[in-house]
Design a protein around this ligand. Structure first.
Ligand SMILES: [Zn+2]
Length: 584
């Protein structure tokens, strides 16, 4: 088995290693390629504008080893894609690596739109290629592409050798009609050919050569040769390439407080999952287990130990509600476990049950698995979890939250670069604020209902700005009741300005959907359209982004709002990628 992923740049150590492997494979499989061209691949990935095209690199990997790669160039000013290389490791023939990579490339080209996908392939016709042994290999390659419905551009002088060679074998120009919305027009084809010959072959074309080839395109639409080497398969149904890694806490149901009015219920996850999964936007990942040290890195080990121990000794139907709060004599936690609850909790409605710890731990594992997918090169990831976590502070839980999954994941990512956490839940993310309050490498921003009227009441004021080294790295944007989408976005824009100034390597979004119209715990009036717009604004930041599910309690609108948010998020990311505005 192998997996295909996109490598956006070589910034992360893992990606840098992958790019090196790609370069090695390129050298091995295409010995004619100049070393200079191979060396510039990392720069092409990093700095698209300089090269006037954007390199898109897909790699196929099997157990962390490179099985193959495809390098495509996107030329947005002319509006086409050019496939530079597809290569599989020697010995991997028959595993379908090449076909899977080509499939991924054409889906991307189809998404990017414009004139379509082009590339070159060497001829198998004795008229163009004299070397019989070469012709055999070339025929196999053309057969491979023709099966996809790719066609040779016919009746032009594209196959004119560049320089006088003793045994020339100039390539055909190929076009994949699946990637185009309309037949290939003459003018479009001429522009494509000019761009390729000028930008890619640069100084190597003799004078007048580019004009000669471009002028040789006479047919309109351009004539495409009938397939000669294979019978094309019917084109696949258009599909959305999944681009958001999804982890779901499938152990969430074991935590169920069956009390009237306890709105944090298992139905919340199911409502979201039912709506988002059929969209094709998500690719579900298997959740990995992580050691507890990830949790104790952000929570007081005493609290974590207590939480684990008290849950383990409870019966199936038992629950512990805190009733003594030793706020004065903190050096003397009550000895008996049930009585000690108030020592670690901020409110009276976050009961402890036998499965609360296991469920919260499952949520943490989901958030960490999703965070790790960003380190693997995924751009967007979503941990769909409950119980939520953002109210859990370093040494106190509450607000339906036990372990702060958002903070655990943000802390993990912070080992690889600066992290911005944006909390968009209706309620202030007091836990996340508390955990990172003295840190300058994790910026925390929260937009929420003003604590004068909204939970948690004691935290979330604009004057809380961080302490010590973290001074200036916490931003609270409390808002009044009744906020609508437009007013919300004005404030969101302000948050994003601060975020951009911080220049994070990763973005973590604590996604509360309780800002929605009709939520029983909120007063704001956001609609699906608003969630889509907000998502788009965040997607346009072009940052590797982890979204962790927090609150949201109106079950009937959770699904539509979540889907709208992620549509916006992925569209925002893609929009800017399409326009080459992301520095990737
Ligand atoms: Zn909330």
């Amino acid at each position: 088995m192998f997996r295909i992923r996109r490598v956006f740049d070589g910034v992360l150590p893992r990606d840098a290693r992958t790019v090196e492997q790609v370069q090695a494979l390129l050298r091995e499989r295409f010995p004619g390629v100049e070393e200079k061209e191979i060396r510039q691949i990392p720069a092409m990935l990093r700095d698209p504008l300089h090269h006037r095209f954007r390199a898109v690199l897909f790699v196929a990997e099997s157990a962390d080893k490179l099985a193959g790669f495809a390098l495509m160039l996107h030329v947005p000013d002319v509006g086409f894609c050019w496939l530079d290389y597809v290569a599989a490791q020697p010995g991997s023939a028959g595993r379908g690596v090449g076909a899977a990579l080509y499939d991924r490339v054409r889906e991307e080209a189809r998404f990017l739109g414009g004139i379509g996908l082009f590339f070159e392939s060497l001829p198998a016709d004795p008229e163009f290629c004299m070397d019989a042994s070469l012709r055999k290999e070339n025929r196999a390659r053309l057969r491979f592409y023709e099966r996809f419905g790719v066609r040779i551009v016919a009746n032009t002088k594209y196959e004119t050798p560049l320089i006088d060679e003793p045994a020339p074998c100039p390539p055909h120009l190929l076009f994949d009609p699946y990637t185009a919305k309309k037949p290939l027009g003459r003018k479009d084809a001429q522009q494509v050919v000019r761009a390729i010959l000028e930008r890619k072959y640069g100084g190597r074309c003799p004078e007048g050569y580019v004009d000669m080839v471009a002028d040789s395109f006479r047919d309109d639409p351009v004539r495409l040769a009938e397939p000669r080497y294979a019978t094309p398969a019917p084109p696949p149904a258009a599909q959305v390439s999944p681009q958001i890694a999804l982890t779901v806490n499938d152990r969430h149901e074991i935590h169920h407080v069956r009390e009237r009015g306890y709105v944090e219920s298992p139905a919340r996850i199911d409502a979201i999952l039912k709506k988002i999964e059929p969209s094709g936007l998500f690719e579900r990942l298997r959740v990995q287990g992580y050691p507890l040290r990830h949790v104790t890195a952000v929570h007081d080990p005493g609290m974590v130990g207590y939480f684990r121990a008290v849950c383990a000794r409870l019966g199936e139907k038992e629950a512990v509600y805190p009733y003594v709060f030793p706020i004065r004599n903190q050096a003397r936690p009550p000895r008996e476990l049930p009585r000690r609850a108030g020592y670690y909790v901020i409110d009276t409605f976050t009961p402890l049950s036998r499965n609360a710890f296991l469920a919260a731990r499952g949520a943490v594992n989901c958030a960490l698995t999703a965070a790790d997918s960003l380190l693997d090169g995924q751009r967007l990831a979503y941990a769909l979890v409950r119980p939520p976590g953002h109210h859990a502070e370093r040494r106190a839980f509450g607000g339906f939250c036990y372990l702060n999954s958002t903070a655990v994941a943000a802390n993990h990512l912070s080992e690889f670069g600066k992290v911005a956490v944006l909390d968009v839940d209706y309620h202030h993310g007091n836990g996340t604020q508390d955990i990172f309050y003295e840190r300058a490498d994790v910026l925390t921003i929260s937009i929420h209902g003003h604590p004068n009227g909204a939970y948690p009441y004691f935290s979330g004021f604009a004057s809380e700005r961080g302490e010590g080294q973290g001074r200036g790295f916490n931003m609270n944007l409390p808002l009044p009741d009744g906020v609508d989408g437009e007013a919300y976005r004005t404030v969101l824009a302000k948050a994003l300005k601060r975020l951009a100034r911080f220049g994070p390597r990763f973005l973590v979004i604590a996604l509360g959907l309780d800002t929605a119209k009709g939520d029983p715990t909120g007063t704001w009036r956001l609609t699906p359209t608003d969630f889509e717009k907000n998502g788009r604004m965040l997607g346009r930041l072009c940052l590797p982004t982890l979204v962790v599910q927090e609150g949201g309690y109106r079950t009937s609108s959770l699904g539509p709002n979540a889907l709208a948010f992620f549509r916006g998020l992925s569209e925002g990311t893609r929009e800017r990628t399409r326009n080459m505005e992301c520095a990737e």
